[in-house]
Structures are given as C-alpha cells and as structure tokens.
Write a protein that binds this ligand. Structure first.
Ligand code: FMN
Length: 335
C-alpha cells in the first residue's frame, strides 16, 4: 500500500515523500533575472514546509525572453551565485532542487519569429541556450532541471502540430517535432551528467490540431529512450479553477495514468490535488508515483508538514486563481 509519505527515489534523488512542488512562477526577479530577497524568503518557507522536492518557477534560458514579467534566469554565468544561494537554503531542509528551464519566446535576429520561419542556426541557438543554462544549474549545485515543454511555452509550441508546420527534419511526425527536445536532453546529459532531467509536458493541448495524447506518448517514449529521468504530465488550461476535495480533483489523471503504464520512467501528475484520500487512491490504483502541487503550497507552504502531523484535512486552497495577480503570487487568504 503506497502512501504520500513513503520515502522514495526519483531517479538518483532521495525524496522524503512523494509530494513535489510543481513549478510556480513568483514574478519576483528583476528584468535581468536577479532574484529578490522576497523570492529567497518564499523558498525558505516552502522548503521548511516539508515538501519532498522543489521544482522552481520557470527560469528563462535567454536574456531577451520577456514572455512573463519577473522571470528568474540562468542565461548568464553571473547569475550562478544567486542560484547557489537558493539551492543551499533549500538543501538545508533535506529537499532536492530542480530548476525549471523555460523559453517563453525566441527573439532571434527577427522578433516575432514563428517556429516555421526559424533557420537551422536559430534552432541551434535555442538548443545551446537550454544546455548552457543546465550547465549553470549544475554549477549552482542543483539536483536537476526540468525542461518546460508544456502550457504553450516555446518548446510546447515546437512539438505541437498546431504551431509547427515545418517540412524539414524538425517538423511532420511526432519524432521530428520532438527532435529539438531530444537534442537538448542529450546535450544536457553530456554536459551536465550529474543532473536529474525531467520534463513538463501537456498530455493534450486541448486545441484543434494540437498535441494529442498519442503525440504526447510518442514524445515521452522518445525522450525516455534518450535519457529522460522522469516526466510531469500537465495540460493547457493548467490551473483549473473551482477544485473541491472529493469532487473534481486530479483533473489530468486520465492523461497521465495510461502514460504511467506505458513508460519506463516515473510519472509525476500535476493539477488539482487537494486531499490525501484522492492522492493515495491514485498512487494505489495507477502507476503514477509522484504528485506535484502548486496552488495548495501557495495557500499553505507548510501543507506537507501539516498533513504529516496528523491534520489530514484537505488543502485550504479554493482554486480561485487570484494568486496569479497578487504581488509575489501570494494567496489572498493568507495572512
Ligand atoms: C501563480 C502560478 C504560477 C505558475 N507558474 C508556473 C511555472 O512557472 N511553470 C509551470 O510549469 N507551471 C506554472 N504554474 C502551473 C502549476 O505548476 C500547476 O501546473 C497548476 O497550477 C495546476 O496545479 P495545482 O492545482 O496544484 O495548482 C503556475 C500556477 C500558478 C497558480
């Protein structure tokens, strides 16, 4: 019988439980990607709150990527000491750190470039920036990186037939659309071999002509064969509002459960986990091994510790999504 508090291995990483903080953008870095004191304070609270591992908010691999405000960055060596400080403070709570590496938009020589109009050199530049950022993550002492290929970010669009209509080796079949991610993955494995490499991907884009569950399965299988260590399953429309314990939890379960059966690597499921009962049923009825949470930890950074202390009441998050618009993405109900 599996429980959320089983000490478990995620690849080479040892986690004190199966709960993972899913990437949550805090909007607390400046234009250049320098982190604020408030950002460090948020991570201190999270790490002290007992979660098994932390995936950081999206961290851009490029200086000229302004897809969202306040993104942290790992696009320059001078940012390494700040990431070292972050890693150290999280490690002090026996909690591994996985940096979510993301590219929102690619601004090459021509802004507003589409995936279809990118040259081979543009694609190589994206590949290089992910690999270089991962090397910086390794130098910062991080335990892993997550390739952000979900939620309409650049790599999510690149693998999606709704955006990628290329006719070369990077377009067409799922294998071709996944080629850039596979190249990034292999590059990271070669250049930063100590890192756990995971990926966040849409189980479905939920748009006409977009990534389907079959496409997602094909991309994940290719990545698993190329060294991916685990995968986190999400979907577009990621933060579904109005989630209630025992009513509509774990809303991407139907996408993740078949993948967990098929894939040789651990599957992490995000989206709408609010009660221990629902999570433990998932662990025992499917082959999903890890559960990741975002809004519940915005509401209560110490939720894992509360649950462990025998107060098993569901998360107090009401899934209102107001946290998306508060300074530091704090919960409007938290004091
Ligand atoms: C304020 C906020 C910021 C988020 N930032 C990120 C992010 O940086 N990267 C990411 O992949 N998902 C991000 N998400 C989505 C969450 O990781 C998660 O997939 C989604 O909210 C569903 O999980 P939940 O029900 O536990 O909140 C964010 C969600 C919120 C509410």
């Amino acid at each position: 019988m599996k429980t959320i508090f089983d000490p478990v291995s995620l690849g080479k990483l040892r986690l004190k439980n199966r709960l993972i903080r899913s990437a949550t953008w805090e909007a607390l870095a400046d234009e250049d990607g320098h982190m604020s004191e408030e950002l460090f304070a948020q991570y201190e609270r999270l790490a002290a709150g007992g979660v098994g591992a932390i995936i950081t908010g999206f961290t851009s691999v490029a200086d000229d990527d302004h897809y969202f405000e306040g993104m942290a960055r790992l696009s320059r060596d001078e940012l390494i000491p700040e990431h070292q400080r972050l890693t150290k403070l999280i490690h002090a709570h026996d909690c591994p750190v996985i940096v979510q590496l993301a590219l929102g938009e690619y601004n090459g020589a021509h802004r507003n470039m589409t995936i279809d109009s990118m040259s081979a050199a543009d694609i190589a530049a994206v590949r290089g920036s992910f690999i270089a950022a991962a090397v910086r993550a390794e130098k910062s002492g991080c335990d892993g990186v997550q390739i952000h290929a979900a939620h309409g970010f650049f790599l999510s669009r690149f693998i999606s037939p709704a955006y990628n209509h290329r006719t070369d080796e990077y377009g067409g079949s799922a294998e071709n659309r996944a080629r850039l991610i596979v190249e990034i993955l292999r590059g990271i494995k070669a250049s930063a071999p100590s890192l756990h490499v995971t990926m966040k991907i849409n189980g479905s884009d939920f748009i006409r002509g977009g990534l389907t569950p079959d496409d997602c399965a094909a991309v994940c299988a290719l990545c698993a064969r190329s060294g991916l260590d685990s995968v986190e399953i999400s979907g577009n429309g990621t933060s579904v509002p109005g989630i209630r314990a025992g009513v509509n939890e774990a809303y991407f379960r139907g996408l993740a459960a078949p993948l967990a059966r098929q894939l040789s690597i651990p599957v992490i499921l995000v989206g709408g986990h609010r009660s221990i009962d629902c999570m433990e049923r998932l662990l025992n009825e499917t082959q999903i091994e890890f559960l990741s949470l975002s809004r519940p930890l915005v509401r209560e950074p110490a939720l894992p510790a509360r649950w462990k202390s025998c107060d098993r009441a569901p998360s107090r998050c009401v899934s209102c999504n107001a946290c998306y618009s508060t300074p530091g993405h704090r919960c409007i109900f938290s004091r």
